[in-house]
Design a protein around this ligand. Structure first.
Ligand SMILES: O=C(O)c1ccc(O)c(O)c1
Ligand SMILES: [Mg+2]
Length: 624
């Protein structure tokens, strides 16, 4: 693997915090951005020492812009500035200066003019023992394509002058990546990496606000890196991410994400890690809560058609099942589940996934710097491998073969009530929806997609009465696993309140699939369950929109079921009330291969939930 690097601009915090996070995440090098340097209260030597003490080197220093092609007297001034910055680089211990192509309206075009300027700068750089890399900005005034930048560097013909490539500028402009392969690797001084979601906007704003780590966006960064590899380039691959969420996020988390992104990217261009895991299904969902609440939840499970199918041999843990679904209720007084319940209130503390190969999954997780979880197991009990997931919850792994295929027999006494299995109203876990801080969404996207065979579905914005909620599904090709990540920048949306009122992210709802949603709702109602109320206006609109049969609309209305159609495929969904102000269940029926999540209905659901929710407490103005 090439040395790893990241630009300070990619992270939040002051320079010290950024550098500590970068070192802690295991990077080899750092690109120092001018702003981080200028705002630091200490000498260049202090900065240099801090970087060396952290075990990092400086991959590039980016101290000024608008260099090439300036008419006199500006030209003389840029050279004077360059000389001052070279002196600072000597103090700092930086060996490579990054200069991006000129955007100034005063600059003059001409490849030879730029080459002459750079050759002369190369002479100056030689006196200071440093080098200069030239990078084409996609919006450069005269130079905006790496092929032109390379021609300028080639014509400059100076050992101290080389090329800097940036995946964003290349891919955002749809420049072909193949010609990169014919640039000599030793003439490339630095390679910067950034991905971005496909957005229809001007390239400057896109670059300055929406870049993200490779693997989080839609650009073909792996193709770009393959072309770079073909040159023999052996220098650093350096993240350079300008992103509003990143600036607001945690430097430590983002630096780790950056490292994970580089590791996953290297594995994509030259596979060397254990493969991404295939998830065959959800083995169980574990709820942690106190005993009183657990009794209420057990009653809800029963009304949903679950039966108690097991009791743990030594712990206060019960198993509830129907169809292929297993739910676990954990009311232990110590251990992980209890600390989760204390911290977050009643909720899902763990998800167990059945994967093709647990050992490989755990090995890949370790290689991706995902934290493993260990907890002592009781005598004779199964050790189920686990990693840390969203909001400090766990993801356990089982597989269909070997010892881990037998967790239920090993740890549980089956059917303590001796009841015969009832026909299942619900078949499987259709999807799991997790709420998180908006800033965390890209982190968990990378987490899931780098570890598992899960593909991203485009993000949609859903209107909660209190603001927009961004919703991002990630799904396996065969539908065996679907996550929906939700985050909101507005503070009072259901999604945000879930996070703020429960000390962090977590599972906000679980959707089960029903072979016959009408039959399921009818049976559950007979068992005493009621469902989220849906306004009449919704059904009026449905009729107008889809031209559905009035009897069918009546049945939907009567069962509180929401409806969507995509071509011939249909989607029916219904929601329980919110349990313990914390989470809720959804029941869905997919007909004809419907692949979405009923996004058109989400606003209706959120409005109904907002009506039901306890009123928001607004602080009263202070009295004097
Ligand atoms: O947005 C910019 O100004 C900018 C600066 C330096 C870079 O390397 C870059 O890719 C963009
Ligand atoms: Mg760049």
């Amino acid at each position: 693997m090439n040395p790893t690097s990241i630009a300070t601009v990619s992270l939040s915090g002051d320079l010290t915090e950024k550098l500590q996070a970068i070192a802690a995440a295991g990077f080899d090098a750092v690109e120092v951005f001018e702003n981080d340097f200028l705002t630091f209260d200490g000498s260049p030597r202090d900065v240099g020492k801090m970087i060396t003490d952290l075990g990092l080197t400086i991959s590039a220093f980016q101290p000024f812009r608008d260099f090439e092609g300036m008419p006199e007297p500006l030209r003389a001034r840029t050279f004077a500035r360059a000389e001052r910055k070279f002196a600072i680089m000597n103090e700092l211990g930086a060996e490579l200066m990054l200069i991006c192509s000129n955007v100034s309206p005063q600059s003059l075009g001409g490849i030879d003019r730029a080459a002459t300027d750079l050759r002369e700068l190369g002479e100056l750089a030689a006196k200071f023992g440093v080098r200069v890399g030239f990078e084409a900005l996609a919006w450069g005034r005269h130079v905006n394509d790496y092929r032109d930048a390379w021609e300028i560097v080639r014509r400059a013909g100076h050992a101290r002058i080389g090329l800097i490539l940036d995946s964003f500028h290349t891919l955002a402009r749809n420049s072909p990546v193949e010609p990169i392969a014919s640039i000599p690797g030793d003439r490339i001084f630095l390679v910067q990496l950034a991905d971005a979601p496909k957005l229809d906007m001007d390239v400057l704003s896109w670059s300055r606000h929406f870049r993200c780590f490779p693997g989080q966006g839609d650009l073909a960064v792996a193709d770009f890196v393959r072309a770079v590899e073909a040159t023999g380039y052996s220098g650093p691959l350096s993240h350079e991410i300008f992103n509003d969420q990143f600036r607001a996020g945690s430097a430590r988390r983002l630096a780790t994400d950056g490292m994970r992104s580089l590791i996953a990217l290297a594995d994509q261009t030259t596979p060397h890690l254990p493969p991404r895991a295939h998830v065959e299904g959800v083995e169980f969902l574990e709820f942690a809560l106190d005993e009183d609440t657990a009794a209420d939840l057990a009653a809800l499970f029963k009304a949903l058609g679950f039966q108690q199918t097991g009791t743990h041999r030594s712990k206060m843990v019960t198993r509830w099942s129907q169809g292929g679904i297993n739910l676990v209720l954990n009311t232990e007084k110590d251990g992980f589940a209890q600390s989760h319940a204390i911290m977050h209130g009643p909720g899902v503390c763990a998800i167990c996934l059945r994967v093709d190969n647990v050992e490989q999954t755990m090995a890949r997780a370790r290689d991706l710097k995902i934290t493993a979880f260990e907890q002592p197991v009781g005598p004779g009990e199964m050790h189920i491998p686990a990693i840390r997931g969203v909001g400090g919850s766990l993801i356990y792994f089982t597989q269909a073969t070997g010892e881990l295929a037998h967790i239920w027999e090993k740890d549980f006494v089956a059917r303590p009530d001796g009841a015969a299995p009832a026909p299942a109203l619900l078949q499987s876990v259709d999807h799991i929806s997790q709420s998180m801080d908006y800033e965390e969404m890209l982190s968990w996207l990378l987490f899931y997609t780098s570890l598992f065979h899960l593909e991203r579905i485009p993000q949609t914005a859903i209107a909660d009465p209190a603001g927009l909620v961004e919703s991002r599904p990630i799904v396996s090709a065969d539908g065996s696993l679907r996550f929906v990540l939700n985050g909101s920048q507005a503070t009072r949306t259901l999604s945000s309140r879930f996070v703020s009122e429960h000390f962090g992210s977590g599972v906000q709802h679980i959707a089960f699939s029903a072979p016959d949603i009408f039959a399921a709702v009818t049976a559950m109602r007979a068992a005493g369950l009621s469902f989220l109320d849906i306004p009449e206006n919704y059904y009026e609109d449905l009729e107008a929109r889809h031209g559905l049969d009035p009897d069918f609309i009546d049945a939907l209305r009567d069962h509180h079921i929401l409806y969507d159609r995509d071509g011939e495929a249909e989607f029916l969904q219904v929601y329980t009330h919110v349990f313990a102000q914390r989470f809720f269940f959804e029941i869905v029926e997919r007909r004809g291969g419907y692949a979405g999540f009923g996004a058109v209905n989400a606003a209706v659901r959120l409005a109904s939930q907002a009506r039901e929710a306890r009123p928001v407490t607004v602080p009263r103005p202070l009295r004097d």
